[in-house]
Design a protein around this ligand. Structure first.
Ligand code: GLY
Length: 350
């Protein structure tokens, strides 16, 4: 067996995250352990398909799996109801049954949509994540949040549906272009700020091995998901930078990528934290984000961000939950009246 690390997740479904260089070679035997024999519907995007589609399909076929493959265009715009319905119809046309499964081969868009399709097709079939971006490896492939975007906002239609396995081949990350890799580092830096000062400090020197980084992030996420799988409390900490980040992403019509928007959102949240009397972490966060090449300017006004942030699902009643760093390595959930968000954004002179 290729050298790897296994991180066990003990959620409503127990599953393993198997991580290592070249571990995708073992995909068929890994699947045998969790799925037995069945047919597989692979969902991927055109970019990933060109790089890994044939290789993964061949490994699966040689391992005894009959596969069908559905390819969507690369990019956030693809995470829509039209593609979802086409993929679900595709599975129905190919007569996939309840004992069959979905393989998500790709980044966050593919993983979120494949997971949602698996959650609703025949009232739920199994699915497996093969993340091909750093962002998907450290965040979206783990924890069972699946969704598509709708006109009113990002991820507003979805389900909690845990994967049966996450197979993270870190060699796949080597093919990522700088911008896509940088996007993933926004989530990595997030983990440092919310839960691990040591990780944050290591990121400053940029010397940490990618396997160790992914493993540490996944362990942090695993611990949070195990404590609050259905996102009613502590899991909201994973939204650090995301409330403002999603608003920026939407306002830009997705021309600002998720990671870049979250980076801007994390800095804004840290500045809000300082106004609320927390330790001012904004300089430290800015320094690390700039080291990874993030543009931290915000092209939108406080009013624009506020309007869009209110349509985000983190709002509840007249209140919104902000994730604020208390210090590097610890964040808190700060519930406040929606109008206060506008005041705070103005106070930091956004
Ligand atoms: N990406 C945030 C979460 O999984 O809760």
């Amino acid at each position: 067996m290729t050298p790897h690390k296994t991180i066990a997740v003990n959620a409503s479904v127990k599953y393993d995250i198997v991580l290592g260089n070249g571990i995708a070679k073992e995909i068929a035997p890994l699947l045998k352990n969790v799925l037995g024999s069945c047919r597989l519907a692979i969902l991927t995007d055109d970019k990933v398909d060109g790089l890994y589609g044939k290789k993964i399909e061949t490994l699966l076929n040689e391992g005894g799996y009959d596969t069908v493959k559905f390819v969507i265009a690369n990019g956030e715009e693809s995470k829509n109801s039209t593609n979802l319905m086409e993929f679900i119809n595709f599975m129905a046309e190919h007569k996939l049954t309840r004992k069959d499964a979905v393989i998500a081969l790709g980044g966050g868009v593919v993983g979120d949509m494949a997971g949602f399709a698996a959650a609703v097709y025949l009232r739920g079939i199994k699915f497996v994540q093969i993340p091909t971006t750093l962002l998907a490896a450290v965040d979206s492939s783990v924890g069972g949040k699946t969704a598509i975007d709708i006109a009113a906002g990002k991820n507003l239609m979805g389900a909690f549906h845990q994967p049966s396995l996450v197979c993270c081949d870190t060699d796949m990350l080597k093919s990522l272009d700088t911008n896509v890799m940088r996007d993933g580092y926004a989530e990595v830096i997030k983990y440092g700020v919310i839960a691990d000062r040591e990780l944050f400090d290591k990121l400053k020197s940029q010397t940490e091995d990618i396997n160790a980084i992914v493993a540490r992030c996944v362990e942090i996420k695993r611990d949070i998901v195990e404590a609050d799988e259905f996102d009613t409390g502590q899991r909201q900490l994973l939204n650090f930078g995301h409330t403002i980040g999603h608003a920026i992403e939407l306002l830009s019509d997705f021309t600002i990528t998720h990671g870049s928007a979250v980076a801007k959102g994390m800095l804004i949240a840290a500045r809000i934290g300082a106004v609320l009397g927390m330790e001012d972490c904004s300089a430290a966060i800015k320094e690390v984000l700039e080291r990874y090449g993030f543009d931290l300017s915000c092209p939108y006004s406080a009013e624009e961000i506020y309007e869009v942030a209110l349509s985000d699902k983190k709002r509840s009643g007249g209140q919104i939950t902000l994730v604020i760093p208390e210090r590097i390595g610890k964040c808190i959930l700060h519930k406040t009246a929606c109008e206060n968000l506008l005041k705070l954004l103005k106070e930091i002179e956004l």
